[in-house]
Design a protein around this ligand. Structure first.
Ligand code: ATP
Ligand code: MG
Length: 415
């Protein structure tokens, strides 16, 4: 038997239904926040991520699905959604003044060659949000409340906490990195990735999935931040709390992608300690990729991690799947009339079905029950000859008789 690739998923029945419902809710919330969608290719030039995400990042150094096409061009299946959005912003000149601030979202699969485990796949899906041309505390607060609004829409109201930090840059960052290296020297049992990170990008040690929680006593980045930036972080936190959301500062919070500057945040599942939503501001990326100097910020939501949380909290997002009518045809003539009724009802936006394999009444009722139908009608020789059809309301158990031409009107509540 041929199996799916490691770290991928097949979604079907209730899972695909819930999955779509999550996506639908996301679209609904993003529409309320006045964001428009951007759709970019599933593969991009490798160079985009090497330059955008940083070649010492885990993503670029070991997680990309790379291939060369027949002309020898180097492509990768997109390992994240921000760099492609920025590429599209620049290539299509979306940054012109009349489009700013440009607020956009994307939905789609992301590919990373990771070690698969719970909540970690090689093909997973992100709901992403990016904004260009705004840099303010109020905007940061609005962005985080967007994430919160989405979780509220899904009725997720526990086990998630927002953690935030402020990434310093320039000389402040250099001073901090020296201090951090000194601190890390006292450990002699760090994982091999951390040993490399200490040399290449020491901040990322704090984000290590293996050793990360050993560093509770690490020097705090904000101690090296300017007064202004410290105040900015505290103000943001304060306003988020005032809006009624739970949040706290985590001085060790850093992100695995190089492009972040300033505010970074994560919505964490406190039970699994995994991030569900992660983002922040990335004020240099647009310019670094060849565009204008434009502040930017955004976040990405992992749909699979949302699905885990929903199933853990036994929350159903999709509507109950009920038929308006199930038809039981008991003869050849009845089958034709059934098709006629199905078409008429579906044209009137009713959800109706039958089962062409049904041979008798018993099988018909069984099918109707399995499909959870609100109403049932039996079409047999008697009803055809008399043009009297009995519609059974499955909730009340009552039966109503009517002519064939009145069935759809009755189901629509018009008669
Ligand atoms: P993690 O720290 O869990 O590895 P990350 O820092 O790599 O996450 P981002 O690149 O910021 O995450 O991606 C944003 C979101 O995408 C994460 O918060 C998570 O919900 C989801 N995500 C990231 N990697 C995976 C994966 N391999 N499988 C499923 N979801 C993922
Ligand atoms: Mg990761």
């Amino acid at each position: 038997m041929i199996q799916k690739p490691r770290g991928t998923q097949d979604l079907f029945l209730n899972n695909s239904k819930e999955w779509n419902a999550v996506e639908e809710k996301f679209r609904k919330v993003l529409n309320l926040f006045n964001y428009g969608e951007i759709i970019t290719p599933m593969f991009e030039s490798k160079e985009l991520f090497v330059r955008g995400v940083g070649d010492s990042s885990d993503i670029v150094s070991k997680e990309m699905y790379e291939f060369t096409d027949r002309k020898g061009r180097e492509y990768v299946l997109r390992p994240e959604g921000t760099a492609p959005t920025v590429r599209a912003l620049i290539e299509n000149k979306l940054y012109i003044q009349e489009n700013l601030p440009y607020k956009t979202f994307y939905i789609g699969p992301i590919f990373r060659y990771e070690r698969p485990q719970a909540g970690r796949y090689r093909q997973f899906n992100q709901l992403g949000v990016e904004t260009f041309g705004i840099d303010s505390i109020s905007h940061d607060v609005e962005l985080i409340s967007l994430g919160q609004s989405f979780l509220r829409e899904l009725k997720i109201n526990k086990d998630v906490i927002v953690e935030m930090n402020y990434l310093i840059s320039g000389n402040e960052r250099k001073e901090y990195e020296l201090e951090l290296k000194k601190y890390l020297n006292s450990f002699n049992d760090l994982c091999s990735d951390c040993e490399i990170r200490i040399k290449k990008n020491v901040l990322r040690v704090l984000d290590c999935k293996i050793d990360g929680n050993k560093f509770t006593e690490a020097p705090k980045m904000t101690l090296f931040a300017s007064q202004e930036n410290k105040e900015r972080l505290n103000k943001t936190l304060d306003q988020i709390k005032q809006l009624g959301f739970e949040a706290k500062i985590n001085f060790n919070l850093v992100r695995g992608l190089d492009y972040y500057t300033g505010l970074v945040f994560e919505f964490k599942n406190i039970k699994t300690d995994q991030a569900i939503i992660a983002g922040g501001s990335y004020n240099s990326l647009v310019e670094e990729l060849g565009g204008p100097d434009l502040p930017a910020s955004g976040f990405a939501i992992g749909i699979e991690r949302i699905m885990m949380l929903l199933s853990d909290q036994e929350i159903k997002v999709a509507d109950e799947d009920e038929l308006d009518l199930f038809i039981i045809p008991l003869s050849d003539d009845a089958q034709f009339l059934t098709n006629k009724l199905l078409l008429e009802a579906r044209t009137a936006n009713l959800k109706v079905d039958t089962n062409w394999n049904i041979k008798n009444l018993k099988a018909g009722f069984k099918s109707a029950e399995r499909m959870k139908s609100k109403n049932i009608v039996i079409i047999g020789e008697n009803s055809i000859n008399s043009d009297i059809y009995a519609i059974k309301d499955q909730n009340s158990g009552e039966t109503k008789e009517m002519k064939f031409k009145d069935i759809v009107k009755y189901l629509k509540g018009e008669k």
